[in-house]
Design a protein. Structure first.
Length: 88
């Protein structure tokens, strides 16, 4: 993490399953985001869900990352498209 990056003390656990998690990384500079995309040295974590039983047996924890490039027409999580909606 560079000097221009400063990490917020934000809980990754949403208050409700319907909470939109936006601008969590707004203090991160554009150059730092571009460097993260280029080098892959840093990612952005949007949130996580506990208790998921989708895609197989058992219960698991799901980590949602920010910066999805697919832009699916019927996306259930469009707030994950923007990198700055996650914490570095």
């Amino acid at each position: 993490m560079t000097d221009t990056m400063h990490q917020q003390d934000t809980s990754l656990l949403a208050q409700s399953p319907f909470e939109l998690r936006v601008n969590l990384g707004e203090g991160i500079g554009e150059l730092d985001v571009r460097r993260a995309l280029t080098t892959g040295e840093m990612g952005f974590l949007h949130s996580f869900t506990t208790g998921s039983t989708v895609d197989g047996p058992g219960v698991r924890v799901v980590a949602w990352t920010s910066g999805c490039q697919f832009r699916c027409l019927y996306c259930h999580n469009p707030d994950t498209w923007n990198m700055t909606n996650g914490t570095p």
